[in-house]
Design a protein around this ligand. Structure first.
Ligand SMILES: [Zn+2]
Length: 190
């Protein structure tokens, strides 16, 4: 059985409207196997990492953060495994990037030392298929970037991996996953 999860979600630690516990409970109710909480780096309180570490969810929780790569005003997701780290170029659709601009951003950010591993093909859970193309030579992931309840569960990934944070990150980097969407949010690429 593949593991279902979302690697981009917000809570009251930044601009989400629910506590981290409530966010986790919403995904647990949907049967998710894993979740990353990724609040905005310029808004989280000093106790953010300690507070995430103190949570005791049933699902597998990743600690994460959404970085603002300021030279480009580009959001980058950082998701921590136990040893592995995943960096995601977030929602290029929100910035109306062309494919060329998207690959150039990946190169610029990598040149600055931030190794981008994957690109989102969603914008707050809405499928943006123009980015789901081999022209972007990185794994393409779907997330729902939830801030409020209606966003929860719009888009996810199903990963072929053991229930282990590092194994999940390695599988994503290797492209061993599929995209999933709630009905109406787009069909997974065939
Ligand atoms: Zn976000």
């Amino acid at each position: 059985m593949p593991l279902r999860g979302n690697l981009h979600a917000h809570s009251l630690f930044s601009d989400g409207v629910r506590s981290a516990e409530q966010v986790i409970a919403a995904y647990e109710a949907l049967g998710y196997d894993f979740l990353a909480i990724t609040d905005h780096d310029d808004r989280v309180p000093p106790h953010y990492w300690r507070a995430l570490a103190a949570l005791r969810p049933r699902l597998l929780l990743f600690r994460g953060i959404e970085l603002d790569y300021r030279p480009l005003s580009q959001h980058v997701g950082r998701v921590y495994g136990d040893r592995e780290v995943l960096h995601v170029l977030n929602h290029p659709a929100r910035y109306n990037l062309s494919l060329d601009e998207t690959t150039r951003r990946v190169a610029v950010i990598r040149g600055d030392g931030l190794a981008i591993d994957a690109v989102e093909v969603t914008d707050t859970g809405h499928y943006r298929p123009q980015y789901d193309t081999d022209a972007i030579r990185l794994p393409k992931i779907a997330t729902d970037d939830s801030h409020r309840e209606p966003h929860v569960g719009r888009a996810w990934i199903e990963v072929e991996a053991p229930r282990d944070r590092d194994a999940i990150i390695r599988a994503i980097k290797a492209g061993d996953f599929r995209l999933g969407f709630a009905s109406g949010e787009g069909d997974p690429p065939g």
